[in-house]
Design a protein around this ligand. Structure first.
Ligand code: SAT
Ligand code: MN
Length: 591
């Protein structure tokens, strides 16, 4: 390892100088440069087991798997403690918390100062995106958490590969992370887009601490994407192969915990023989315009940081197979025989230790796994992994889906009239909140493009960038759809649509529409499948139910339109006029 480090540092003064400066601030006892090797992983795991940072699972049942319990105050992203620190407050926009960069460096600097005394500072060079890709980005994360190192090794291309790729360049994202005392009062996740820098302190939880993910790949990524002419989006990426063997690719944006992982690993129902789904990513897509003028997408990550509760052999068999090996489980329930369990995984064990470290039995009357408990697993272990998953060019996109979790209002699927109208549908998305972020769950919040907590700059400029991309794609833009698997019956409050594998039926209609086939009917919101256009073979669905799922009822929309207008008013003068126009047109069509 030493030789590789010396070699790399001889080449790259910028990295060396920055790491030195940060070490002067945090004062770790030692600095460990991560090379990404297997020996390094084994060493880290051994140390984690010795300190209790990880617990070993039954290695016969769960080979290479480990268990982690995070601090009970540190189990989800903390959006209220997340800041965009642009020089001009207006550049952060109304969807972000803003802090003056000087103040942020000072404030967080005080918390970081000497915070790594008695600990090791790990230097993790990492690459987002496949080697050789025009979109790949290098980051270097400093952290005093071994858990973070082990997760970053699964979620990114970490170690020597990234430093070698960087060469002598100073063009890398400077990611400083420290646990400090894990005190929510002294927890800040700050992004400095103009400095290509991220400082995160006081949390060791996924989205707060694995800085390649939401912080780099989405917040800094979206900022870089706008300046460089590409897009960083909160989207899964999947291929759909038809019975003739042709594969078409789709990206889909849903808020956290709305089933992106399940959809990306979908298993087609038996009644749709010959179809196959290929998984490329479950959370983030980077998209750019390829040499042929089409939109291409790739997944910058190499792993899944998926929600455990609700995952089982019925809802997501591919995820269940993926997580059997080399997986880190965080905040699930640990069973007495060294296995894991979570709500809806299967029959509960008679006894276990819950996510908070307490004794648990099925009679305990509280969840054994935290609702936001997670698995971290390598993407290549997924049985449905696409052979194109690490194609440096990415894959061409046929359709973009914007999905929300809505009990009412939004139909199963709706096709936008054109790109601009599709951007409007994405911009006005709203969804019920989930446990992925700290706060109340189940309340409706507007979540433009499912990017509300992840847009790294002014949301008005972000919408403008979407419109510009459409213009640059000329006639070759993918079609945009709005989907909602979560509509409920007005009387019984039960879900109307079976979801999971059956969601493929709606996507197949979308793909047919992309080829100018299949039937649609006009509605105020956009084009809906006609009653006979969805392939429902083998699905026992009464026509009344289908009608209810596809309904766009003008009376339902009053409140929603009001709420949309509020968002647009708040965005103010950076809101593109085209979106106001789309909104007025929608209101007119509803009347
Ligand atoms: O933010 S995390 O990456 O921890 C999970 C999510 O919200 O998608
Ligand atoms: Mn996510």
């Amino acid at each position: 390892m030493k030789a590789f480090i010396n070699e790399a540092l001889a080449r790259n003064e910028a990295v060396f100088a920055w790491v030195h400066e940060m070490a002067q601030l945090c004062r770790p006892d030692s600095v460990h440069w991560c090379d990404g090797s297997e020996e390094e992983k084994e060493l880290l795991i051994r140390q984690c087991l010795a300190t209790g940072e990880l617990e070993e699972l039954n290695q016969a049942e769960w080979p290479g798997c480990h268990y982690s319990r995070s601090d009970v105050n540190d189990v989800a992203r903390t959006e209220q403690l997340t800041f965009i620190c642009s020089r001009d407050k207006n550049d952060a926009g109304v969807t972000n918390n803003w802090m003056d960069p000087q103040e942020a460096y000072r404030k967080l600097g005080e918390i970081f100062r000497n915070s790594m005394r008695g600990r090791t500072m790990y230097v993790i060079p990492f690459m987002m995106g496949p080697p050789g890709s025009p979109l790949r980005k290098i980051g270097i994360q400093l952290t005093d958490s071994r858990y973070v190192v082990l997760n970053m090794r699964i979620m990114t291309r970490a170690g020597r590969i990234a430093l070698d790729d960087l060469g002598a360049s100073g063009d890398f994202t400077r990611c400083l992370h420290g646990m400090a005392d894990l005190n929510p009062e002294r927890r800040f996740i700050c992004h400095f887009p103009e400095d290509n820098t991220i400082w995160s302190v006081g949390s060791a939880y996924g989205g707060n601490a694995l800085l390649g993910k939401k912080c780099l790949a989405l917040r800094i990524g979206s900022y870089l994407g706008r300046t460089q002419g590409w897009m960083a989006e909160h989207m899964l990426l999947m291929g759909i192969e038809n019975p003739q063997g042709r594969v078409r690719y789709v990206t889909a944006a849903f808020p956290s915990q709305c089933g992106k992982t399940n959809l990306s690993m979908l298993v087609p129902p038996k009644s749709l023989p010959g179809y196959r789904v290929w998984t490329l990513g479950d959370d983030i897509a980077w998209m750019y315009i390829g040499p042929d003028g089409r939109l291409y997408a790739l997944n910058p990550e190499t792993g899944f940081f998926g929600v455990a509760p609700g995952t089982n052999y019925k809802t997501n068999p591919n995820a269940m197979e993926t997580i059997r090996r080399n997986t880190i489980f965080t905040n699930v329930l640990k069973t007495d025989d060294g296995g894991v369990w979570w709500e809806e995984m299967g029959p509960p064990p008679p006894h276990g230790i819950d996510w908070a470290g307490k004794d648990w039995t099925p009679e305990s009357n509280r969840p054994g796994a935290h609702p936001n408990s997670r698995f971290t697993s390598p993407l290549v272990q997924c049985p449905s992994v696409s052979p194109e998953w690490d194609n440096p060019q990415g894959v061409p996109i046929s359709a973009i889906l914007f999905g929300a979790r809505r009990a009412t209002v939004a139909p199963l699927i709706c096709e936008s009239r054109n790109w601009q109208h599709g951007v409007y549908l994405g911009a006005t998305m709203a969804s019920e909140t989930t446990a992925a972020a700290v706060g109340q769950t189940g309340v409706i919040r507007r979540d433009p493009m499912a990017m509300l907590p992840f847009i790294g700059y002014n949301v008005g400029d972000y919408f403008r960038h979407w419109l510009d991309m459409g213009r640059r794609l000329r006639g070759k833009a993918p079609k945009i759809f709005h989907v909602n698997w979560f509509r409920r019956d007005r009387k019984t409050n039960k879900f109307l649509w079976p979801g999971y594998g059956e969601n493929l039926r709606a996507i197949l209609w979308a793909l047919e529409r992309c080829e100018g086939r299949s039937k649609a009917m006009d509605s105020p919101m956009g084009f809906l499948p006609t009653m006979d256009a969805l392939n429902l073979s083998g699905l026992d669905m009464p026509p009344e139910t289908l009608k209810a799922i596809l309904e766009v009822n003008p009376d339902d929309w009053d409140e929603d339109l009001k709420d949309q207008r509020e968002l647009f008013d708040r965005i103010g003068d950076r809101l593109p006029g085209e979106l106001r126009q789309e909104q007025d047109d929608f209101a007119r069509r509803l009347r």
